[in-house]
Write a protein that binds this ligand. Structure first.
Ligand code: MN
Length: 418
C-alpha cells in the first residue's frame, strides 16, 4: 500500500511525518483556549473535537472528543477506533469536499499537551543488547544477562506522575550516591544523568482483574505507540537498584512524544522478534509477527550549539514485543487499564553507534564520545536530547514527531524553603 493522498498538500510529501496514512492522536491548544483533541495531518493539526461538535464526525457512544485526552476514545474499543480513522480519512482524502478546512491549525502555532491521562506506567528491560551492555558494566560479562532474562520480559512499576510531554524541561535531580571510592553514601546532584531511548505502548482496552490475557488479546488491547525517554540517573541507580530495581533514579521524568501513532497506522510495518535463544513458555509465544520496523535516532544539542545525531537504531531490535510484555503483565491476574503506558526498555542495536543510552555510548563514562564542538560522557546542563522515529512505507512515512527535553541545572539546595 502506498501513500494515501490528501487535499492537505503538505501531507503528500514522501518525508512528511504525518501523511493521511498516519493520523496520530494528540491534544492541542491555541492561544488561551482550552486544550482539545486533534490529529496531525501534514503541517497542520485537525481539530477533531470541533468537527465532532459540529456534527461532521459521529462516534458510537459519543461525544468522545469533548475532553482534553484520548482515554474515552481508547476505552470505546476497536470498532470506534476504526470508524474514527475511516471518517477522518474520508474528510481529508484528495477530492473530498473541504468541510474540514476551517478546523485546520498550523502545527507550529499550537501548543501540544499530554495526549492521554496516564493511568499507570510500567517500564521493561527488553532489549538484548542494552541488557548485555549494562549488565557487563554493572556485574561483568559472565553475569551480564540475569538467568531469567531470556525467559521473562523483566519490568518494574514506574510512576505515572513522572510522565511529561515533549518540550518540558527536565531538572537534574539530587539523590543518594555512593561511588567506588566513597566510604559512605553522599547526597548530591546526579553527575551521571542519562537518557533511555524507548517506545511506549499505550493500552486502549482494559483487562479484567484476575484474568490473564493471551499475547494475541494483548496486541488487540494496544491503541498505539509513542516515543519515550526514560531519563535515568545512573549514579543513583547503581547504588539503589538491588534488590528491588530502580526507584528514584527513574522517577525524575519520563518524556513522551505528543502524538499517539495508532496500531492501525503501523500495521504495514509488522516484523518478527529476533530468533529465540531459549524457547519461551507457551503463554509468551507470538502467534505472528508483533514487533514493528521503526527507524529511531537520538540527537544531542548543547545550549547554543548545533545538534549531533549520537545514535541510530530500530525498534525491531527488541527481544520482546509490547504484546508479549502486556500479556506477561497480566499473568498474575493484574488488571490493565485504559491509559496504561508500557515502556519497551532501552532500544540498543549491536553496534556502538546504535546504543540507546549515553551510559553505553560512553561505556560507563570511560570512553567519552565526540559531538559537534565537544565531547560527552553523560548529559550536561543545557543539553537538549531529542528522540525521533519513523516507519518507511512506499512513497510515504509514518512519523512520531519529536520527543524532546532540555536538562536544566539542579536546584542549588533542594531543601531550602523560601
Ligand atoms: Mn527504561
Amino acid at each position: 500500500m502506498g501513500l494515501n493522498r490528501s487535499w492537505v498538500e503538505s501531507a503528500n510529501s514522501p518525508d512528511a511525518d504525518f501523511p493521511l496514512n498516519n493520523l496520530p492522536c494528540g491534544v492541542f491548544s491555541t492561544g488561551a483556549e482550552e486544550p482539545r483533541c486533534g490529529m496531525a495531518i501534514g503541517d497542520f493539526v485537525l481539530d477533531v473535537s470541533g468537527l465532532e461538535a459540529a456534527g461532521h464526525l459521529a462516534l458510537d457512544g459519543g461525544p468522545l472528543l469533548d475532553v482534553p485526552f484520548w482515554n474515552e476514545v481508547m476505552a470505546a474499543g476497536p470498532e470506534v477506533w476504526a470508524s474514527l480513522r475511516a471518517q477522518v480519512t474520508a474528510l481529508l482524502a484528495e477530492g473530498a469536499e473541504r468541510v474540514a478546512e476551517p478546523y485546520l491549525h498550523r502545527r507550529n502555532e499550537v501548543e501540544l499537551h499530554l495526549p492521554f491521562l496516564v493511568s499507570e506506567y510500567t517500564d521493561f528491560y527488553a532489549g538484548r543488547h542494552h541488557a548485555f551492555n549494562v549488565g557487563t558494566m554493572f556485574r561483568g560479562p559472565e553475569n551480564a544477562l540475569p538467568p531469567n532474562w531470556l525467559h521473562i520480559p523483566i519490568g518494574y512499576n514506574g510512576r505515572a506522575s513522572s510522565v511529561v510531554v515533549s518540550g518540558t524541561d527536565v531538572r537534574r535531580p539530587w539523590g543518594q550516591v555512593k561511588g567506588p571510592d566513597d566510604q559512605a553514601p553522599r547526597f548530591a546532584p546526579s553527575a551521571r544523568f542519562d537518557i533511555e531511548l524507548e517506545m511506549g505502548a499505550v493500552v486502549g482496552l482494559p483487562s479484567d482483574h484476575g484474568q490473564p490475557v493471551t499475547v494475541e488479546e494483548a496486541d488487540a488491547m494496544i491503541f498505539g505507540y509513542v516515543l519515550l525517554n526514560d531519563w535515568s540517573a545512573r549514579d543513583i541507580q547503581a547504588w539503589e537498584y538491588q534488590p528491588l530495581g530502580p526507584f528514584q533514579s527513574k522517577a525524575t521524568a519520563t518524556t513522551i512524544s505528543p502524538w499517539i501513532v495508532t496500531r492501525a497506522a503501523l500495521e504495514p510495518f509488522r516484523t518478527a522478534t529476533p530468533a529465540r535463544e531459549k524457547p519461551l513458555l507457551a503463554y509468551l509465544q507470538e502467534p505472528r509477527p508483533l514487533l514493528y520496523d521503526i527507524a529511531l535516532e537520538v540527537g544531542l544539542t548543547p545550549e547554543g550549539g548545533q545538534e549531533t545525531i549520537i545514535s541510530r537504531t530500530n525498534y525491531a531490535e527488541m527481544y520482546y514485543s509490547a504484546a508479549q510484555q502486556l500479556a506477561h503483565h497480566t499473568v498474575s491476574g493484574c488488571a490493565m487499564n485504559t491509559g496504561d503506558l508500557l515502556g519497551s526498555g532501552t532500544i540498543s542495536g549491536p553496534a556502538k553507534e546504535s546504543c540507546g543510552s549515553l551510559l553505553e555510548l560512553s561505556w560507563g563514562g570511560k570512553e567519552p564520545f565526540e559531538i559537534a564542538g565537544g565531547r560527552r560522557s553523560f548529559i550536561e546542563d543545557g543539553d537538549r536530547l531529542t528522540l525521533r522515529g519513523h516507519a518507511r512505507g512506499d512513497g510515504y512515512r509514518i512519523g512520531f514527531g519529536a520527543c524532546s527535553g532540555k536538562v536544566i541545572p539542579a536546584l542549588a539546595d533542594p531543601y531550602r524553603r523560601d
